[in-house]
Design a protein around this ligand. Structure first.
Ligand code: GLC
Length: 409
């Protein structure tokens, strides 16, 4: 009797993802040719036929997903999520459901297959983004009430496409839905859809954008700690996910590192976006920002992987943030305080304090719940974020200001 693959317990499924903390989001498709972001078809109301003609020009000669994987790997990212289809409906994989796909047009290649192979070769987990909505289908705009039959046909098409993605390419680690609005889980038949996905992929993680909570929340363009697993997704530019050559406000490596730290310090992941050019190459400015992140990660990744928020009751605002793993606290000093740094609220004794990047030992003294770290350089050794590693005795425990004995003297 063929054993039915049992769905894996959510905590087990999430284990690698919590450890990973940092992933690469990739928005890439026909819109990349126009260099005005991934919503351009909608924003400029480009007629369907005119937009579809882009498929005849979308031939990414420089597409080498091993390069994306290498860039992600060097930045310290552990997983990738690629737009298999965005709201414009153009499919990057070899689908039997439509000819509106990369393999059947100018590209002549299954871009998703190549991406998945590259992720596996590079040891990164594989994620696929899939937009439920498709602007080209009138049924999407009309909805299930006004056009029940057309809607049913459209939703069948969506289910079929998702089934292809989860059955043709071996193990997929993340299914990252988007574009459910304004319709709900019942209307997309999401329960059934996700049950099908899990039947084929017992280990898969599914995000919350099919209208069902599933495995993790996805705050977008902001950090919002949730009571459940969450991953903030953020652009590298100010606004756009797909390549927009006119968005001048590319975040610095410092901002990107500090964003990652803030996610981890609040118990979440960061999915940082890149928008490759139509030819498949990463824009130089994005590649160089990632490189900067990677240089910091090479020295400090220990304070990110498998880390989470520290115990409550620590006062950290005067210097930055704290990430924690078991009995180790990592003080991320964004605002350098000079030769001495005081962490208040920590009850525990401290076994050792070191500068994480160099291993240099620091002096620690305790004064009730004040932990006074000295022997620090006068100016920040790492302008991006200097990390001080504290090994404490016992489970870290914090005192809020109202419990602090300090004020009683
Ligand atoms: C939004 C946008 C979309 C982007 C996504 C990433 O839903 O519509 O363009 O892909 O967020 O989170």
């Amino acid at each position: 009797m063929a054993a039915r693959k049992a769905v894996v317990d959510p905590e087990k499924r999430l284990q690698w993802w919590r450890e990973a903390r940092f992933g690469m989001f990739i928005h890439w498709g026909l819109y990349s040719l126009l260099e005005r972001g991934e919503w351009i078809m909608y924003c400029e109301r480009i007629p369907k036929s005119e937009y579809a003609a882009l498929a005849g020009r979308f031939n990414p000669r420089k597409y080498n997903p091993d390069e994306w994987v290498a860039a992600a790997h060097h930045a310290g990212m552990k997983y990738m999520v690629l737009t298999s289809r965005h709201h414009d409906g153009f499919c990057l994989w070899d689908t039997a459901t439509t000819d509106y796909s990369a393999p059947k047009t100018a590209a002549g290649r299954d871009l998703v297959a190549e991406y998945i192979d590259a992720c596996r070769r590079g040891g990164l987990k594989v994620g696929l983004y899939y937009s439920l909505l498709d602007w080209r289908w009138p049924a999407y705009w009309l909805g299930p009430e006004k056009a029940p039959e057309a809607w049913a046909e459209f939703v069948d098409y969506v289910h079929e496409q998702v089934e292809e993605l989860v059955t043709r390419y071996g193990e997929i680690d993340i299914l990252w839905y988007d574009g459910g609005w304004p319709w709900n889980a019942e209307q997309w038949r999401s329960q059934e859809l996700n049950a099908m996905v899990r039947k084929h992929q017992p280990h898969i993680l599914i995000n919350n954008r099919s209208g069902l909570p599933e495995d993790f929340g996805t705050p977008e363009q902001h950090i919002a700690a949730e009571q459940r697993p969450w991953e903030a997704c953020m652009t590298m530019d100010e606004l756009w996910w797909g390549w927009h050559s006119g968005d001048p406000n590319v975040k610095t490596s410092m901002t990107l590192v500090r964003t990652l730290v803030q996610c981890v310090a609040q118990g979440g992941n960061l999915l940082l976006n890149v928008g490759p050019k139509a030819d498949g190459s990463l824009p130089a400015v994005q590649a160089s920002r990632l490189k900067g992140v990677g240089e910091w990660m090479a020295r400090n990744a220990e304070s990110i992987y498998g880390c989470s928020s520290p115990c409550g009751g620590l006062e950290v605002r005067h210097f930055g943030w704290v990430t924690a793993r078991k009995k180790t606290l990592y003080l991320h000093v964004f605002y350098w305080c000079g030769e001495e740094l005081v962490l208040s609220g920590l009850v525990n004794k401290v076994k050792s304090a070191t500068l994480l990047a160099t291993g240099q030992e620091l002096k620690v003294a305790k004064d009730r719940d004040r932990t006074i770290i000295s022997g620090l350089p006068r100016t920040a050794p790492d302008k991006i974020d200097t990390v001080i590693k504290l090994e404490v005795v016992g489970e870290p425990e914090g005192l809020g200001p109202y419990d602090s004995t300090f004020w009683q003297d």
